[in-house]
Design a protein around this ligand. Structure first.
Ligand code: FAD
Ligand code: SIN
Length: 532
């Protein structure tokens, strides 16, 4: 069963910061369809805490923000991209203010935005809405998109694969992308959503790991779909682990924002109370994330700990509650009063630095296909993302992709007739349990073998398991009707494979990729570009 969407000019897959920024820019001139898996607010954007980095302080400069980004990225960043994004940051913030995002200000009149600080930043430069910035941004974007007559928002659509030249009813050899096939969660039917241009803004692949701060749907669907369609992906081994995820046996993925350390929080041994970060790095708790996550990992392994402590209880309770109201309330509900006692924390996967290779206009390798946000590798983050640079990347590239499409509109032909999704040879699954088991297995071996500290032997073990699972999952996919769980499992395995392939190819330790067999950093910084 299929349907098409000839009334839409551009298809956007993803309703987070990248997707909705693109939609709002395009909607000035074109009719846009936005698809989301689950609710419109189900991506990472709504979960962001700390804020958005931008040079807004009189004492700060673009050059400093560029330098901090490249230091955190261990030199793997593309300078051209770093400059492009950072120089547009103040404008991106102004646009959000216009949309009504209520950023914290320094004074009652609201003349200047309050800037907080995070690891790796040499200045205060993070604008924020207390400790729930993402929710405020996501709500403002959804509100504006819902109000726009040129934007149609369709939640509960799980895209399965991109529609390419090979799905045309009559082969034209165009080699273009014409939209995507998506499962409607309500009807269980697969529809073909066609458009002249498509933007992938489907977020990261964090859920490939057992412990992750990312939401349930971060299964790398965009990266996997682009790879299967023929796009190159790059630097997938650069998976970022956030140093401070709450350690709690029930609540497994609650982030404790880096701004807690930015405002003075200290990391301590839970038994001796020793503040250990100065032993590892002169920047102490404000060293870049890879350094802090490795130090915590070292403490946990060295002393056989379950967690370390993050302590901000030496600051005035009013200050703590005013800056971190959401975290304070959440922890109180779990019996922890952060104004009086330390918070137990562990590192957890947090951000996918690698992804679909794009240029400064958000163009991928395939004609008609653009990408923006966490599913991409734009050159901004290099080997380790600087805190609060990722929402910024979404705003800048969401807009850049939209503007490029508008400026080249005459090059985008209307889609030809597309083949229907073929369900004639599949049946309903009688073994759903296999999906759950495989999902758990992937997440466990990725955590154990492809985590913060790696070895070639462990990576090879992971590669072996991926090979075994690949046959099983493809067989399952070929025989049973698709469900969102199956779509995600297939993509999760694809992303695990890309991460391990990238990690095995990088014979050095750089940024987030730390491998005991190659502890040194090579002189030349090179991207790990994988070609399908
Ligand atoms: P997302 O916001 O993740 O949106 C992805 C969209 O794609 C969703 O709408 C989803 O439904 C859709 N989608 C996915 N797969 C499919 C499919 N198959 N079919 C259809 N739709 C699909 N960054 C910062 O800069 N500052 C911060 O303070 C910050 N804090 C963070 C805190 C947490 C807990 C987390 C997890 C991340 C944080 N980040 C932060 C990172 C940042 O939130 C993300 O990188 C950013 O929001 C990604 O936005 P996006 O638009 O690329 O994707
Ligand atoms: C945080 O608030 O610590 C997350 C910031 C980020 O991921 O950029």
């Amino acid at each position: 069963m299929t349907g098409t969407s000839p009334e839409h000019d551009v298809l956007i897959i993803g309703s987070g910061a990248a997707g909705l920024t693109a939609a709002l820019t395009l909607a000035e001139h074109k009719r846009v369809l936005v698809l989301a898996k689950g609710k419109l607010t189900s991506g990472s954007t709504a979960w962001a805490q700390g804020g958005i980095a931008a040079v807004l302080d009189a004492g700060d400069t673009f050059e400093d923000h560029i330098r901090d980004t490249m230091i955190a990225g261990a030199g793997l960043n593309r300078r051209e991209t770093v400059e492009f994004v950072i120089e547009q940051a103040p404008r991106a913030i102004a646009r959000l203010v216009d949309l009504g995002v209520p950023f914290n200000t320094d004074d009652a009149a609201g003349a200047s935005l309050h800037l907080t600080r995070e690891g790796g930043h040499s200045h205060r430069r993070i604008v924020h809405v207390a400790d729930a910035t993402g929710w405020a941004v996501q709500s403002a974007l959804v509100k504006a998109a819902e109000a726009h007559p040129n934007i149609t928002l369709l939640p509960d659509r799980s895209c399965i694969d991109l529609i390419t030249g090979k799905n045309e009813q009559r082969y034209s050899g165009s080699g273009r992308v014409w939209g995507a096939y998506a499962l409607d969660a309500a009807t269980g039917k697969v529809e073909a959503y066609t458009a002249r241009a498509t933007i992938l803004a489907a977020g990261g692949a964090g859920r490939v790991y057992r412990f992750s701060t990312a939401p349930r749907g971060a299964t790398g669907d965009g990266i996997a779909m682009a790879w299967r369609a023929g796009c190159r992906v790059s630097n997938m081994e650069m998976m970022q682990f956030h140093p401070t995820c709450l350690y709690n046996l029930e609540v497994k993925n609650f982030l404790i924002t880096e701004a807690v350390r930015g405002e003075g929080g200290q990391l301590k041994h839970p038994v001796t109370g020793h503040r250990f970060m100065p032993d590892y790095d002169e920047r102490a708790e404000l060293a870049p994330r890879d350094v802090v996550a490795r130090a915590i990992d070292d403490q946990i392994k060295r002393y056989g700990l379950d967690y370390v402590h993050l302590d901000i209880s030496h600051l005035a309770p009013e200050f703590v509650i005013q800056h971190f109201p959401t975290i304070h309330e959440k922890l109180l509900g779990l019996g922890i009063d952060m104004t009086k006692e330390p918070i137990p924390v562990v590192p957890a996967q947090h951000y996918t630095c690698g992804g679909i290779l794009i240029d400064l206009a958000g163009r991928t390798d395939l004609p008609g296909l653009y990408a923006a946000g966490e599913c991409t590798e734009s050159g901004l983050h290099g080997a380790n993302r600087l805190a609060s640079n990722s929402l910024l990347e979404c705003f800048v590239f969401g807009e850049a992709a939209a503007r490029d499409i508008l400026s080249r509109w005459d090059e985008f032909d209307p889609p030809p007739p597309i083949r229907q999704w073929d369900e004639s040879r599949v049946t309903d699954s009688d073994e759903e349990v296999v999906i759950k088991q495989n999902w758990t297995e992937i997440r466990r071996f990725m955590w154990n073998y492809v985590g913060i500290v790696r070895t070639t032997k462990r990576l090879e073990r992971a590669a072996h398991r991926i090979k075994l699972l690949h046959g099983e999952i493809e067989d399952y996919y070929g025989h049973f009707r698709v469900t969102t769980d199956l779509i995600e499992l297939r993509n999760l395995l694809q992303c695990a494979d890309l991460i391990v392939q990238g990690a095995l190819r990088r014979h050095e330790s750089r940024g987030l990729h730390f491998i005991l067999d190659y502890p040194g950093m090579l002189e030349e910084a090179r991207d790990t570009v994988l070609v399908p």
